[in-house]
Design a protein around this ligand. Structure first.
Ligand code: AMP
Length: 357
């Protein structure tokens, strides 16, 4: 079904991803209605309408859904009940099944394994004694990760010695977890894929990603020749995953490269921070193609437009260096309009096109 320009797109979540989605949608002539619990979220500032509501408020989500032509999300932790209230009213892309799988690290890994992917060695953990057994099996160092509600390194505890097990279990407050072996990777990269309702798939150049304290610091394309075999394998898995879910919209899969092998880390059924470089660095951005896909429009070409593109997140007070950034004519500055520059908070990003003529 084609959602014509002039229609209204609902966006659940009001962060910077929603902001950039709403800007891309406006360019194509759509109106956006943002739903988020915060008072003045970054996306609301650039959207036609904003509803402040809790992600668990079924009645509010049902009302929100009534005036929409299509809905999407930039935030993943919406429970199944409230989501049904929304899908009773309007179509939702990407599909609900993808959202539910990505909400749970164990389901996500098992799903990807079912399609031929290989995650880092892991063991599900549901009790303190299970954690000890898992540590005996995987060894140290390892990372204990809550199955649900983790992002940007939250809900994760590194365990270097067996004696730290009890403290780690306390730190996750006994939430269902997985224990994962620490991977000595050569690099991290992600696959950014967009799929249309008719099954058309586009994949951008895979960025090489560097994380600091669990938060994405930079994404660079091209990722380098050494990663090409791992990237090719990861792309095959991403396509298979998207087709299996009859997926519509942006899908990001994160990987560890170990030699020629790609170890699956996690997936995000939405636009992704490692794809911000596509706004200026590719013929069509991840945000525009997501909007095109969920509205049933043809997808745009995704070729890179410069020999090298680097995206760096501005975290905490990094954004204060904006004069230097603006003085660099290859740099594109994005600020998200957030008021307080808290430690670890993503305030903006800068994309540099290197070697462009
Ligand atoms: P995650 O939230 O699982 O994507 O973790 C955030 C970041 O922490 C990853 O991008 C890696 O840099 C690091 N990390 C997570 N899990 C592992 C692992 N099993 N081995 C090594 N590094 C990891």
């Amino acid at each position: 079904m084609i959602v014509e320009p002039g229609s209204t797109i609902g966006i659940i979540g009001g962060g910077q991803l929603g902001r950039m989605l709403a800007m891309a949608a406006a360019q194509l002539g759509y109106h956006c209605h943002v739903y988020a619990p915060d008072e003045a979220p970054p996306a609301a500032e650039v959207a036609a309408r904003f509803t402040r509501g809790d992600y668990a408020d079924e009645a509010a989500l049902e009302r929100f859904g009534r005036d929409l032509d299509v809905a999407t999300y930039e935030f993943e932790n919406i429970a199944a009940g409230p989501l049904s209230a929304l899908t009773r009213q309007t179509q939702l892309h990407p599909p609900r099944a993808a959202l539910e799988i990505a909400q749970d690290r164990l389901d996500e890994k098992e799903f990807v394994q079912g399609h031929g992917g290989r995650p880092a060695p892991f063991v599900p953990v549901a009790s303190a004694s299970a954690l000890e057994a898992a540590l005996a099996q995987l060894g140290t160092p390892a990372i204990l990760k809550t199955r649900r509600f983790g992002y940007d390194g939250k809900g994760q505890v590194r365990i270097d010695r067996l004696e730290q097990a009890a403290g780690a279990w306390e730190a996750v407050r006994g939430a269902p977890c997985i224990l994962e072996a620490l991977v000595e990777f050569d690099a991290e990269f992600s696959i950014l894929l967009c799929r249309s309702p008719s099954g058309e798939v586009v994949i951008w150049d895979a960025p090489r990603n560097v994380h600091r304290r669990g938060i994405l610091d930079s994404s660079t394309v091209p990722a380098g020749d050494a990663l090409l075999p791992a990237i090719a394998a990861a792309e095959t898995l991403a396509r298979r995953t998207a087709d299996a879910l009859d997926y519509v919209g942006m899908l990001a899969l994160e990987y560890f490269a170990v030699g020629e092998e790609a170890l699956f880390n996690e997936m995000a059924p939405r636009v992704h921070n490692s794809g911000h470089w596509t706004i200026e660095g590719a013929l069509t951005s991840q945000f525009e193609n997501h909007i095109r896909a969920i509205c049933g429009l043809p997808l745009g070409a995704v070729e890179r437009v410069a020999p090298r593109v680097e995206m760096r997140n501005l975290i905490g007070d990094d954004g204060l260096a904006r004069r230097d950034i603006l003085a660099d004519c290859s740099a594109h500055l994005h600020l998200y309009g957030k008021k307080d520059a808290r430690l670890g908070r993503k305030m903006g990003h800068v994309t540099r096109l290197v070697g462009a003529t």
